[in-house]
Design a protein around this ligand. Structure first.
Ligand SMILES: [Zn+2]
Length: 65
């Protein structure tokens, strides 16, 4: 299947919803990487604490439950 458009799925790091660049309403670049969001509210949440949602590094002392 060939698609001329970029239809890769991006994951909204805040709510976990899968979106494409076409359907994404918000974009935010953090540390040189673009993140896409389904809604302005999600972007704002991400902006407030990006590290919490990226989770590229596991931090010690992070407890869940
Ligand atoms: Zn979202």
């Amino acid at each position: 299947m060939k698609h001329p458009e970029d239809q890769r799925a991006y994951k909204d790091p805040v709510c976990g919803m899968e979106i494409s660049r076409k359907t994404a309403l918000e974009e935010f670049v953090y540390r040189g990487k673009a993140y896409y969001f389904c809604a302005p509210a999600c972007r704002q949440t991400f902006e407030g604490n990006p590290e919490q949602y990226i989770r590229t590094h596991r931090q010690h002392g992070l407890r869940q439950g």
